[in-house]
Structures are given as C-alpha cells and as structure tokens.
Design a protein around this ligand. Structure first.
Ligand code: SF4
Length: 357
C-alpha cells in the first residue's frame, strides 16, 4: 500500500462534512464561529482545490485544516467529449478505484449524473456496472466531489449545474446515509443551492429505504427502475426483485406519491424480444393506469457480455402508443453521448480490463 492511500484512509475528506459538522470542527479547534461559513463558501461557491487558496483564513487555520482533512479532488483519468456536448469522466479515487460521472446538456440546462458506489451488487442483467460486483460504497464527499468537479468544468463556460440525477453506477438506497448527506449538501442554500425539484434519485426498488425516503419530507424526485410489468419477468431481469417483489415496490411508490404529492418516474429499459412486446405494454398499463407517474422508455445499449439486442424503432413507438392509449404518461429517452460509450459502467469496465490485464 503506498503512502497516498495510507494518508487518504487516515484523514476524512473535507467534502464529507456538512456545514454543521464544519461548525463543530471549528468550535473544537477554538476558531471563531464565522470561519465555518467562510470554509463552506470556499468549498462550494468559490470551488478552490486546496486549503492554501482559502486566502481569507489565517495561515494557522489553513494548517489545522490540512492536518485534519484530505482535500484531494478526484483524479481525472479520462475525459471524453461527445459531439452533442455530453462530457463523460472516469475519475480515480484515493484507493485506485475508478468511477464514472457524466455531464449532459439539455435545453433546460446542464445535468450531472453521479455514481454512489464502486460497482454494484444489485445485478441487473442489462447493466455493465454490476459485472465486477460491489467493491465499496462511496462516501458522501466522493459523491459531492463529482458535482463540484463538473461545476468547475462548467465554470469555464460560464454555465452551472442546474440538475442532478443519481443514476450512475450503484444503488443509492444501499448507500442511504451517504446519499442523503450528499443530497442535503446539494440543496444547501449556502452551497451549490440546487433546487430539490431538480434532483432525481433512481432506485432499483429497495423498499424499506423508498419508505424512509418518502418520510424525509424533501421535494426530491424519485425514479424506479421497473423494467418489467410483473414479478416473474422482473425477477429474471433484476435479481433484486426476489428480495423486494414487484407488488411491494408498486405499493411503496403509492406511499411516496401519497406522502409527497410528487409524480414518480418509472424507468423501463426495452430489451429486444424480452420485455418489449405489446402484451408487456398492456400489462404495464394495467399496473400504472391512474397513478401519478411518468414512464421513461430506454432502448438498451448493447452490453457485449450479455446477449440482449436492441428493440426495433417501430416496436419502441408501438410500446409507447399502447401506454398512451391507456392514459399513461410516457416518453422515450433521448440518447446522449452515444459516440463516447455513455452507457452506465462501460467506461469503467474498459478501464478495469486494461488495468487488470
Ligand atoms: S442498473 Fe443500477 S442498480 Fe442495476 S446493476 Fe446497474 S448500477 Fe446496479
């Protein structure tokens, strides 16, 4: 184990700390209370990359910060720019793991798709992220840093991160505490101040934490990776369905809607010949009809390790038409960054191949 890893493990990451925790730290170190606000401002508003740059702090305080915290930003291993403006990063962590983050451009602004775990243990059969299993959870700060670093890239263009989607690698509700700390930091008015309604958490259906999330009382959006209209097919595509069956997931969705009054999104990856037939659309419509929801159809990207094929264009439109006819809100997700392997986990999978030989 090299020195950098030892050092990385012994000190907390400054972005793991909430404003309240920085306030406590400042107090414990006999510094004036207003210093906490200044530190937070340097982190989130001025977005410096070292404590040395926090020039309105006394040198002695900067030394204390250096002694107490790690301030490594994520190490950019790869940055790919797509023709459509999508930017995809492969970031290295202090322990040599790699994670993906994506900036996407929309007509309503820029969104960042973040990763919450190194790998994933949920095992969805259409997903490259799960192939190597779960390596570890990310800390809140490692999730925060993905957005801060994306914002630094956008700063150069005079633009800002206007929305966040937690749809990268990992199951956020299996790393619940870190995800919630991250979310609180993102919506903090003295930080990046991103509106809760502009943030979406996507889960494969970890029912107890869906309930917990509904009870949090935030206005953050919830998306469910549903991908099948019934238990049998969903269990084949998503082993997590054996732990949390289809009906329980749908009931938890009703609970979220009832508690928050917010519309829920269902992500449905269309896989040729598997879950994309008209009867699947009819069955899905029966489950969702009358619910305050929206369905996002996602034609699957080819994952070389699986033998799934893409749904033909006409069949995608037919699936959409059936849902529409039954008054279920539905759109087809616009593909972004297709020329730079933007499908979740593909860049990291390639990196793992090259680093593990
Ligand atoms: S789709 Fe999401 S939850 Fe499923 S294996 Fe991939 S990263 Fe995990």
């Amino acid at each position: 184990m090299n020195k950098e890893v030892n050092e990385g493990e012994s000190k907390p990451f400054i972005y793991d700390y909430t404003l309240e925790q920085i306030q406590d730290w400042v107090k414990e170190h006999d510094e004036a209370a207003f210093r906490a606000g200044q530190i937070f401002d340097w982190l989130y508003v001025k977005r410096v990359v070292s404590f040395e740059e926090m020039t309105n702090l006394p040198a002695s305080l900067r030394d204390k910060l250096n002694d107490s915290f790690r301030f490594v930003t994520l190490n950019e291993i790869t940055k790919l720019n797509s023709k459509d403006g999508t930017v995809k990063f492969l970031f290295g962590l202090h322990d040599n793991h790699a994670i993906e983050t994506v900036i996407m451009r929309h007509n309503y602004g820029n969104s960042v798709c973040v990763t919450t775990q190194v790998g994933c243990r949920v095992g969805c059969t259409f997903c490259a992220s799960t192939l190597g299993g779960l390596k570890r959870d990310l800390t809140a700060g490692e999730i925060v840093a993905q957005v801060v670093q994306s914002q630094r890239v956008l700063d150069a263009e005079g633009q800002r991160v206007s929305s966040i989607v937690i749809m990268g690698t990992g199951e956020p509700f299996e790393n619940y505490e870190a995800t919630m700390t991250f979310l609180r930091l993102m919506i903090h008015p003295k930080g990046l101040n991103i509106g809760a309604r502009h943030i979406t958490v996507s889960t494969s259906g970890i029912v107890p934490n869906m309930i917990r999330f509904a009870d949090e009382g935030t206005q953050i959006n919830l998306a469910i990776s549903i991908h099948a209209p019934n238990d049998t097919l969903r269990s084949k595509l998503m082993p997590v369905n054996r732990r949390f069956p289809f009906a329980d997931v749908i009931n938890a969705c009703h609970y979220y809607i009832e508690k928050t009054g917010r519309r829920i999104t269902f992500e449905y990856a269309l896989i040729g010949g598997v879950n994309d037939r008209p009867e699947h659309a009819e069955e899905l419509a029966t489950v969702l009809q009358g619910m305050l929801c929206h369905v996002n159809l996602i034609p699957v990207n080819y994952v070389p390790e699986r033998d799934y094929v893409r749904t033909p264009r006409d069949d995608i439109f037919e699936f959409q038409r059936i849902l529409q006819k039954r008054n279920v809100n539905v759109t087809i997700r616009r593909e972004q960054g297709h020329d730079i392997a933007a499908a979740c986990g593909q860049l990291r999978a390639k990196h793992m191949e090259t680093t593990t030989g």
